[in-house]
Design a protein around this ligand. Structure first.
Ligand code: SDX
Length: 430
């Protein structure tokens, strides 16, 4: 707690509110007693200036383009470690020892299979359902299959549910993909690492052996790490709010998946690739830049801009590098969409409109090109984002549940509707 306070004067009456300092980043004004002291609510649609919680998990400095998971820079974690190491770090707060890493990898591996009834559950979906609709429905249904890990008051069950989510998301995501293309489900293999297992479950067929390209597996693993967590973004806030009512973790993660699906959030990678395909060629870029700047045109450059980053999204830089690695391995360096993306980035970053509004490419700008090159259809892109973000949602949910001061989230409002009025019987209405 800081010894400083913030003063607010309303109708000649001054109220003091304490400041709280974090370990890094802006201090906060604790306004939890604002209504009881002043009789007024604060008002911040979109929470642009509002901290919803105290957290020790992830820190972003939007002006400097910094992203830290438990204090470690994202650049180091993606280049030096692997995704399951990041999962351990986000869940437990520190990097694992070699023995802890082996144990954690083994525990996750042992939970990668799903209940066999899931295969019948899938048969209820249409084959042409959007994979994100399948993910919301299937993950929401997990509490109907895993009753033994939904008692959130039991730390052991909370950890089992966390491991099950991290372990089963790749299996369910791969099943959603296979189901959509009419191919049989591929079981996980315990002798493969997390990313290789996922790529094999997506692209192997029972009729022949499948060897995962280690460079592509490394790229997939890195993409998972880049997407693992990101402070109190819309979907994480959704998970926390759902969890604050005591809902089981599977239902909370399903709520997060539903929120992530929106094109302003995790759906932007699918929307960004569709936009690049619609632009099609470099000579059409100026037309789309003009549309993005036109206040009367709802079009926005998908993959650009961010609520917090007013500098380059550090994940986008790593994503861009990964894109070039994957395309060179696959021999797709001449991907026309990559040329459009690089030219669009160059033009946008020199255009005064984007410079003034600090609209830089975000992680979704390059991820779509990479995922398409890896062989995923566009409608699977947000599924992969949800797969990777599950550990962040779970870590944030766990932190909230274990916070002794947590209470159900229940915002207030500014009411501008009709004041009290009496009912008019229908035979007396105009
Ligand atoms: C993710 O929160 C997170 O951390 C999210 C995420 C995560 O890891 O969880 O990082 C993942 O969601 C990344 C963002 C993906 N979304 C997109 O790429 C969609 C396109 N971007 C925009 O929709 C927008 O930039 C947002 C939603 C990302 C941020 O919007 P804000 O912070 O609410 O900003 P804003 O809409 O108020 O825009 C500020 C100004 C506006 O102009 P003015 O009204 O001030 O004149 O910038 C303009 C906007 O019109 N603007 C854009 C633009 N983004 C903002 N103009 C053209 N193209 C864009 N992409």
């Amino acid at each position: 707690m800081s010894d400083k306070t913030a003063s607010v004067t309303i109708d000649d009456k001054t109220f003091e509110f304490p400041l709280k300092d974090g370990s890094v980043g802006p201090s906060v004004v604790d306004i939890s007693t604002f209504y009881s002291k002043t009789g007024h609510f604060t008002y911040d649609p979109g929470f642009t200036s509002t901290g919803s919680c105290e957290s020790k998990i992830t820190y972003i400095d939007g002006d400097k383009g910094v992203l830290l998971y438990r204090g470690y820079p994202i650049e180091q974690l993606t280049m030096e470690g692997d995704f399951l190491e990041t999962c351990y770090l986000l869940l437990y707060g520190d990097l694992p020892t070699p023995a802890q890493k082996r144990d954690f990898d083994n525990r996750v591996t042992r939970h990668t299979m799903v209940h066999e009834q899931m295969t019948r559950f899938f048969s209820g979906y249409r084959r042409d359902a959007h994979p994100m609709a399948v993910m919301v429905g299937t993950v929401g249904a997990l509490s109907a299959f895993y009753h033994d890990s939904i008692d959130i008051s039991d730390p052991h069950q909370r950890m089992i549910a966390s491991l099950r989510m991290i372990a089963k998301m790749p299996t369910i995501a791969a099943m959603a993909y296979k189901y959509s293309i009419g191919q049989p489900f591929i079981f996980p293999k315990n002798d493969l690492d997390y990313a290789s297992n996922f790529l094999r479950m997506c692209f192997a067929v029972p009729t022949e052996d499948y060897e995962v390209n280690p460079i592509l597996a490394r790229a997939m693993d890195r993409i998972f790490t880049l997407h693992a967590d990101h402070e109190q973004n819309a979907s994480t806030s959704t998970v926390r709010l759902a969890g604050s009512s005591g809902a089981n973790p599977f239902a909370c993660i399903a709520a997060g998946i539903a929120c992530l699906w929106g094109p302003a959030h995790g759906g932007a990678n699918e929307a960004a690739l569709n936009m690049l395909a619609e632009i099609g060629t470099v000579d059409r870029i100026p037309e789309y830049i003009a549309r993005a700047k036109d206040k009367n045109d709802p079009f926005r450059l998908m993959g650009f801009g961010h609520r917090v980053y007013k500098n380059y999204d550090p994940r986008a830089r790593i994503m861009q590098q990964t894109t070039h690695e994957v395309l060179s391995v696959l021999g797709h360096q001449d991907d026309p969409l990559l040329h459009v993306a690089m030219e669009l980035e160059k033009i946008a970053l020199s255009d005064p409109y984007f410079v003034e509004k600090k609209l830089y490419p975000n992680i979704d700008f390059y991820s779509g090109i990479t995922l398409r090159a890896l062989g995923f259809p566009t409608n699977m892109f947000t599924v992969l984002f949800a797969l990777a973000r599950t550990v962040g949602w779970i870590a944030q949910w766990k932190e909230m549940i274990e916070d002794p001061h947590q209470k159900i989230g229940r915002p207030r409002q500014l009411y501008t509707g009709a004041p009290r009025r009496d009912y008019v019987p229908i035979d007396k209405r105009g």
